[in-house]
Design a protein around this ligand. Structure first.
Ligand SMILES: C[S@@+](CC[C@H](N)C(=O)[O-])C[C@H]1O[C@@H](n2cnc3c(N)ncnc32)[C@H](O)[C@@H]1O
Length: 278
């Protein structure tokens, strides 16, 4: 694959290149890259050296900023720069909140946006929970839009294939109903079934876009464990743009360590990490 032996790749970046690249990442994707993230960034970019057969990170940097690099490498650089940690049924109290709300008011079509959906565990959990809810309320329906910046992670999400380990957290009854087992005994995986998959459409959206090119107003936006990567100013701007896509009285769910404290946004808090548009 590459001509250079493993030890040949220089895994350190000069200060000048780090500052240039971290500013580019911040300006274009909102992701903070302070000095203490340099080693992490170097580690993540290391794999791109091998793929591109470039021996040093400084040369890789030059490549990324070249015309060719902007065309063919940028997209892969973003894939390694983003942190995609996620889980099925992560922060489960949010799904309980949603069901309780639906008991008080059940719209004919609930529209949800999973913003920063990573590899799909969040939108598929929503699909599972809402499909269950629908069983006893045939007049109720839902649709989910799932978006992310990383094309690699979106492709993974669309495939809807997960390891046995990843789906361990899903209750057995739901696994039996909604997961299809692979026949490959050596590499046992599961796939989310069509009923859940067809409720979700996937799209690439960068939170730094001036306006979000998504269709329609949403009843609910999940934007969990994304804002932690942004500074206050970016958080405020992103939340305001998300709110512009929420219906009046619609809900915004944030991650466990995120809040709107100190931000000028049209939301009131209902519970920790659960907000309603005002
Ligand atoms: C840690 S994951 C959170 C996944 C899921 N929401 C959860 O809570 O489990 C954060 C996701 O935000 C995405 N992200 C980071 N910066 C972004 C940006 N500027 N625009 C859109 N998505 C972004 C990343 O690609 C990543 O998949």
């Amino acid at each position: 694959m590459n001509d250079f032996p493993e030890h040949f790749f220089d895994t350190q970046m000069s200060r000048e290149k780090f500052l240039k690249l971290s500013k580019f990442i911040y300006d274009n994707y909102g992701i903070k890259m302070p000095d203490n993230k340099q080693i992490m960034l170097e580690g993540r970019l290391h794999k791109r050296l091998k793929v591109n057969n470039i021996p040093t990170l400084d040369e890789y940097c030059d490549f990324v900023f070249s015309e060719k690099g902007q065309q063919i490498e940028l997209i892969h650089m973003i894939d390694v720069v983003t942190t995609n940690k996620t889980d099925f049924f992560r922060e489960p109290h949010h799904f309980d909140f949603l069901k309780k709300y639906l008991d008080t008011y059940t719209p004919p079509l609930l529209k949800i946006w999973s913003a920063g959906c990573s590899s799909g565990e969040e939108p598929y959990t929503l699909s599972m929970v809402l499909q269950e809810y629908k069983q006893t309320r045939p007049q109720f329906d839902f649709s989910i839009l799932a978006t992310d910046l990383s094309t690699r992670i979106l492709k993974q999400a669309i495939t809807a294939v997960y390891s046995e380990k990843t789906v361990e957290v899903i209750p057995l009854a739901l696994k039996q109903k909604y997961l299809l087992k692979s026949k490959d005994r050596k590499n046992p995986t599961v796939r989310i079934n069509k009923i859940l998959r067809q409720k979700i459409s996937f799209q690439r959206i960068n939170f730094m876009d001036k306006e979000y090119a998504v269709v329609g107003d949403f009843d609910v936006v999940f934007c969990r464990n994304v804002l932690i990567y942004f500074d206050k100013q970016t958080q405020e701007s992103v939340i305001n743009k998300l709110c512009s896509k929420l219906k009046p009285n619609g809900f915004l769910f944030l991650g466990h360590s995120e809040s709107i404290s100190g931000l000028n946004v049209p939301l009131k808090q209902l519970e920790p990490t659960v907000y309603q548009k005002i």
